[in-house]
Every structure is written in C-alpha cells, then in structure tokens.
Design a binder for this molecule. Structure first.
Ligand code: HSE
Length: 430
C-alpha cells in the first residue's frame, strides 16, 4: 500500500468537502490504486470555530509554517484562496520539494509562471484542476484529453454565480439583488461576491485556460473585463424576443499571432448549446484543429464538485508516472503571441437607445453609425409613445469597439436620445 501524507491548509467549504470525499471513497482508492491518503496535518487560522470531530488522528494547527516544515508531508493542499498568504504557502511548499494541489484561480492566474518555474526547479508537481470549473475536468481535457490539437477558440461560462443570477433574472424575473443573495445563501458565490459579479473571477479562470490552450501567460489586466451589474430586465426581454440570450462569456481566440481574451456579457443565439447552460452550471465550448468542437459542462461551483477536482489531482499525483505529469512542464512559452487590445476587436453589437418617438429620429442615429462605418442589420421599435422616450433596439454588423464607442458618444449627445445607450457584444459561435 502506497501511503501519502497530506497537509491540508484551509478548512472551509472546499477543505471540509475534500476530507468528506476522501472518507467516502477511501476503500475504492485503496482497492483501485493501492494508495492511502493520510491527513497528517490540518491547518486553519480559525480552527477553534470549526468542527474537527473525526480528525483525532490528525495534527491540528493554525500555523501553516508547520505544514511546510514537516519533512514527512508529501503533498500540500492549499485551499485558503486569495493571494499573499496562499502564495507564501504554495511557493514555500514547492521550494521544499513538496507537491502542491490548489484550487486558487487568482493565484495561478497572477503567479502561474513563477510557480511553474519553481515547481520545475525543485522537481515538485503543481496541480490546479479545481481552479477552473471546479470538478469539470477542463484542465485535464486541454492538457491531456485533446492535447495533440491546435486550439483556436474557447468560450466559457465559468462563473456559477453570474450564470445563476442571469438565469434567475431571465427565467424567474428576479431582481439582480435577490438572485445574488440566493447565490450567496447557497454557498457558491465567493465570500466577497465582488469578484464574481464584476467578472474578475471569470478573468482569472480565463487567464489559466489561455495559458493552457495557447501556451501564453497573459496578464490579468490584459483581459478586457466587464461584469453583469449593468444588465437590465429590459435588455433580457429584448434579447429574448430576438431569439438571443445573455451570458457572461469568457472568450479567447487565436488569430494568427494575436490572442483575443475578454470577459463580458454576450448575446448568443438561443439555438446554441451554450444558451441552455443555466443556473450554477459552467461550460466550456472550444474549437481545436483537427478535432473540431467540444462542449464540456457540469456544476462549476459548490463543495463536492470542487472537492472532486482536488481529489482527482491527488489521485493523479499519486498514481501517474512522473513523465506524464504534464502541468508544470508546460512553461515553454509562446512569447510571439500578442494580446489584441479591445479597441481593435471586431464584434457585432446589440444597441438599445431610449429615444423620442418622432419622425427623423432613426435617421439621425443611423446617420452617425453610418459615418463611423457601422452597418445595421436590424432595427426594432415596439413601443410607440409621442410623449415619452421609447426603446429602439439595433443589431449591427461587425464593427470595431473603437468605432462603436465613438459613435455612441456622439449619439448620446443628441437631444433626442434620453439616456446612455446600452451596447452588448454578440458572438456567433460555431
Ligand atoms: N464563485 C465561483 C463561481 C466559485 O461562482 O463560479 C467557483 O470558482
């Protein structure tokens, strides 16, 4: 029997889930892999408030240094999240030749390159399957399952909280605040949900996927990010009537030596499979040559799904030949790839204006769009009211972000336009 001594740091929702998961699957793991994971040390800074029943054989501490300094510990699982202390833990463990498993997307997105280099230098392994999509094996899919392919595009619904909020607003007419509170109550929003709703959680995950798929470490601040806080019921309803739905998409494309990487609310056709990924489900839809397209989906947030990814890392670490432990060997960077600035990116747009309802209004708006080289594919105005502003919805053809912004600024200054125009990017997926 192969006994592996584990040091677990962070006894929150995911940490306690990992312990429960390992207990539930203990016999299976022993029989199938001849391996036993022994929880040697559990570290948490507020252990006094936690239930540690059943952990009598485990050494409990609130000092992570004790885990790092224990020569008997083979693998450290970091589940505290955040940046500073988590980085000390992960880097400290690697420097001592300990293998590390983490679910920390923010850390890998910001410090992946440095940590991979440390792992290589100290001949340690670094696993992070749960950092993107929790238990959905997207990292393994990209780095092993379909590894021989050339990746050309990737579209992810990779924040369960945002997807849940948009689904609740669309299907149950709930307000943004009600839906967010429900996501927090169910435990899949982050402690501070700001990173969920402002899009940054998706951005961290996208940075990791871009690296794995395209071989380029891009900085988090190179990814254009827009969250879902500005999405209104009005736009959801207009989208529905156009057979479109709004999703917070994390998008990465490779066009020759350029990479597009962005996170923003996106209108997609309701006929595309991603449109039916709802609630806390995550999905990644990608296109690779010569494979073609692939959609992988599952619960992207929650205790057991995150624990499942961590346990799969543990088993992979314990059972694979060193030469097939791919993740940390992936740092040969494709430095020739450049990130395209958002100004230069072309998409189609949904635009909604609140405009006065009288002759000549449309021609003023379309005139400005035309002057900026923006072609209009359709115009819808359902309400008619000569005394109030009414919504006018336009779908444009492909236009650069720069031109659209210039045009909208000019349109907003017209006296016939009564509020800031809304613009939502559209994607035509394969
Ligand atoms: N807060 C994250 C989400 C959890 O809502 O998707 C998983 O990273």
């Amino acid at each position: 029997m192969h006994r592996i001594q584990v040091g677990l740091i962070g006894y929150g929702t995911v940490g306690s889930g990992v312990i429960q998961f390992l207990n539930r699957r203990k016999n299976f793991i022993k029989n199938r892999f001849h391996t036993e994971f022994v929880l040697k040390t559990l570290c948490d800074r507020s252990l006094q408030n936690k239930n540690t029943t059943g952990l009598e054989k485990t050494y409990l501490t609130s000092n992570f240094q004790e885990v790092l300094d224990d020569p008997k510990i083979d693998v450290v699982i970091e589940l505290i999240g955040g940046m500073d202390i988590a980085k000390k833990i992960v880097a400290g463990a690697l420097k001592r030749g300990k293998h590390v498993i983490t679910a920390n997307k923010e850390l890998i997105a910001n410090n992946g390159k440095e940590l991979f280099q440390l792992a290589k230098k100290y001949k340690a392994q670094l696993y992070f399957e749960s950092s993107v999509g929790a238990g959905i094996p997207i990292i393994k899919t990209i780095t092993e399952g379909i590894v021989g392919n050339k990746f050309s595009s990737l579209y992810g619904i990779i924040n369960g909280t945002c997807n849940f909020i948009l689904t609740e607003m669309t299907q149950h007419n709930r307000t943004f605040t009600e839906a967010l509170q429900e996501a927090q109550k169910r435990g899949f929003a982050e402690g501070d949900p700001t990173l969920d709703i402002n899009g940054m959680d998706s951005t961290h995950k996208l940075a990791i996927l871009v690296y794995l798929a395209f071989g380029k470490f891009i900085k988090v601040n190179e990814i254009y990010t827009e969250g879902i806080t500005q999405i209104s019921h009005d736009d959801i309803e207009h989208a529905e009537s156009l057979n479109l739905t709004i999703k917070l998409l994390a998008i990465a494309k490779r066009v020759n030596n350029d990479i597009e990487a962005r996170v923003h609310p996106t209108l997609i056709s309701k006929d595309h499979p991603l449109a039916s990924i709802n609630n806390i489900y995550n999905a990644i839809y990608l296109y690779a040559e010569p494979l073609g397209d692939l959609l992988i989906s599952g619960q992207g947030a929650g205790q057991m799904t995150a624990a499942s990814g961590v346990v799969s890392d543990l088993i992979n670490f314990a059972t694979k030949e060193p030469k097939s432990k791919l993740l940390c060997n992936l740092f040969d960077e494709a430095t020739h790839l450049k990130v395209r600035k958002i100004d230069q990116i072309k998409t189609k747009f949904y635009i909604r204006f609140m405009a006065t309802d009288k002759p000549g209004v449309l021609s003023k708006i379309t005139g400005i769009l035309g002057k900026h080289g923006i072609s209009i594919n359709s115009v819808t105005q359902k309400a008619h009211n000569p005394t109030l502003a009414v919504p006018v919805v336009m779908l444009t053809d492909y236009a650069t972000e720069k031109m659209l912004r210039l045009a909208l600024r000019q349109i907003q200054s017209l006296s016939i336009v009564k509020s800031k125009p809304v613009a939502i990017r559209m994607e035509k997926l394969w």
